[in-house]
Design a protein around this ligand. Structure first.
Ligand SMILES: NC(=O)c1ccc[n+]([C@@H]2O[C@H](COP(=O)([O-])OP(=O)(O)OC[C@H]3O[C@@H](n4cnc5c(N)ncnc54)[C@H](O)[C@@H]3O)[C@@H](O)[C@H]2O)c1
Length: 258
């Protein structure tokens, strides 16, 4: 491509079909709406009932929206979700692996009961979803996979070894799949959000000591709003990022540099 050929159309997702796991609440809802605003139709496998809110937001943008209530950790569920997306929207061009859970306990209390479900949702289901979409994307010779990492892809953190382990793992998966799929025209990247105002962080925000520490440690001096993630999502899902592969894009108000 010559530099004169570049235009804002390279950020357009018109005609693309996206899956966003857990895409009807929290950060996931922002990923979904970002893709829809850029022109993509969206399919959301989720366990959360948002009362139709996300469907309404997406359809108001003129994009199609389909939702499936499904536990993506169940045997065969990732295949079923991808199959249902293809049946509903005609294919799949983009996957955002956003579904995630967090459990916190003191180190002696944090056992397999906490560890296993987090590994199942945050890591194994993300792998299974990427594996299933890769089978569809390889013959197309194109596709975008965006995994949702975390600051705990780089840090340890208190109270949840499984959160750090799964979020470090998602970066390993991102790099391995970027390496394997790059030759098939598929880019695999991750977004590492900093501290955002969602359900998952309600407890930290209501604790004045934790809340103060986070704001003080963030050069931007505030918590992230989910809308802060929308530009990065469109970029990594669009042709504008076709030579970006295996990257972890932190969207954290600068938290990691301090
Ligand atoms: N909130 C933050 O500040 C923050 C920061 C960094 C990373 N993250 C990551 O962003 C992602 C989204 O987090 P959030 O804050 O929006 O969380 P959330 O709790 O608001 O939403 C989680 C979503 O995942 C879905 N989900 C969970 N288990 C599932 C399963 N077994 N099958 C299908 N769907 C399932 C739920 O239905 C829900 O829609 C997670 O991967 C999280 O680790 C969040």
């Amino acid at each position: 491509m010559h530099i004169t050929d570049f235009s804002l159309d390279h950020f357009s997702l018109r005609g693309r079909r996206a899956i966003v796991t857990g895409g009807n609440t929290g950060l996931g809802q922002a990923f979904t709406l970002a893709l829809a605003k850029a022109g993509a139709d969206v399919f959301v496998p989720t366990l959360f009932d948002d009362g139709g809110e996300t469907a309404e937001l997406v359809r108001a943008e003129g994009s199609r929206y389909e939702e499936q209530t499904i536990d993506i950790t169940a045997s065969g569920a990732p295949f079923q979700a991808v199959d249902a997306c293809v049946a509903a929207l005609g294919g799949v061009d983009i996957l955002v692996n956003s579904a995630g859970i967090s459990r916190i306990a003191d180190v002696t209390e944090f056992g397999r009961e906490e560890w296993d479900p987090m590994v199942a949702v945050n890591l194994t289901a993300a792998f299974d979803m990427a594996h299933e979409v890769a089978k569809r994307m390889i013959p197309q010779g194109a596709g975008k996979i965006i995994n949702i990492a975390s600051l705990f892809s780089f840090l340890g953190g208190l109270g949840s070894p499984a959160y750090a382990a799964t979020k470090h793992g998602i970066v390993g998966l991102t790099r391995a799949y970027a390496d394997e799929l790059g030759g098939s025209g598929i880019q695999v990247n991750a977004i590492a959000p900093g501290y955002f105002k969602t359900r998952i962080t309600e407890e930290s925000r209501s604790d004045p000591a934790v809340n103060g520490r986070i704001i003080e440690h963030t050069p931007a001096g505030r918590w992230g709003d989910v809308a802060d993630l929308m530009g990065a999502t469109v970029f990594l899902a669009s042709p504008a990022s076709d030579f970006v592969n295996g990257h972890v894009l932190t969207v954290d108000g600068g938290y990691l540099v301090r």
